[in-house]
Design a protein around this ligand. Structure first.
Ligand SMILES: Nc1ncnc2c1ncn2[C@@H]1O[C@H](COP(=O)(O)OP(=O)(O)OP(=O)(O)O)[C@@H](O)[C@H]1O
Ligand SMILES: O=C(O)C1=C[C@@H](O)[C@@H](O)[C@H](O)C1
Ligand SMILES: [Mg+2]
Length: 177
């Protein structure tokens, strides 16, 4: 990731949002897609629809970590390589084959939100099926994921204390640079 490099990548028509669970990928992704006039894709919703259940926890409850990530990888590999805004679950950064494929057609934007702001946003981590080791805290998870987020991101957005509308403005502006 190089924060100062020009971002516009005409050969990459999609935008992939990454970040910690609850950072706002789904919330920001939808209006961003409207602004860019492209479809919005939330692979978590496709997983629920395809695997059955009403929340991701219904899908993950009988799967171990690796089995769940295999399911997540499979659904993310099936996202069309077309103009779109894609907002997968935060754990997509562990799905290396899917991330490598996204890199061929999407600019990856990391919504960076501090743990203190995430805690009140996140309800039940189990219902959300957050991929977190037993006994680990959100701080532990953020420390584990930060290097991966840095590795995959083309652009990091400081998304603390900012409305979804303000984030859409900033991301759309950076994409147009
Ligand atoms: N910029 C923001 N300001 C305040 N609250 C926000 C903001 N973005 C999202 N939220 C709230 O945070 C919660 C989680 O947001 P969201 O579901 O979009 O996160 P996510 O990044 O998609 O998480 P996941 O990785 O679990 O899919 C929601 O209740 C949403 O309303
Ligand atoms: O960041 C995470 O670990 C996750 C976030 C959820 O939205 C889901 O995508 C998934 O169950 C895991
Ligand atoms: Mg989401």
């Amino acid at each position: 990731m190089n924060d100062s490099a020009p971002l516009r990548r005409p050969d990459r028509p999609a935008v992939l949002l990454i970040g910690m669970p609850g950072c706002g990928k789904s919330t920001v992704g939808k209006p961003l897609a409207e602004r860019l006039n492209v479809p919005f894709v939330d692979p978590d919703l496709l997983i629920i629809a395809g695997e059955g259940g009403t929340v991701l926890g219904d899908v993950s409850e009988n799967l171990d970590r690796e089995e769940f990530l295999e399911v997540e990888t499979r659904y993310n590999l099936a996202v069309p390589s077309e103009p779109s805004v894609v907002a997968p679950g935060g754990s997509v950064i562990y799905c290396t084959p899917a991330m490598e494929r996204f890199r061929t057609f999407a600019v990856t934007v990391w919504l960076d939100v501090p743990v203190e702001a995430l805690e009140p946003r996140l309800g039940c981590l189990k219902e959300r099926a957050v991929v977190i080791a037993p006994g680990a805290t959100l701080h532990d998870l953020a420390a584990e994921r930060r290097p991966l987020l840095e590795q995959w991101a083309d652009l990091r957005i400081d998304a603390a204390d900012r409305s979804p509308e303000a984030l859409v403005d900033e991301i759309a502006g950076r994409l147009a640079e």
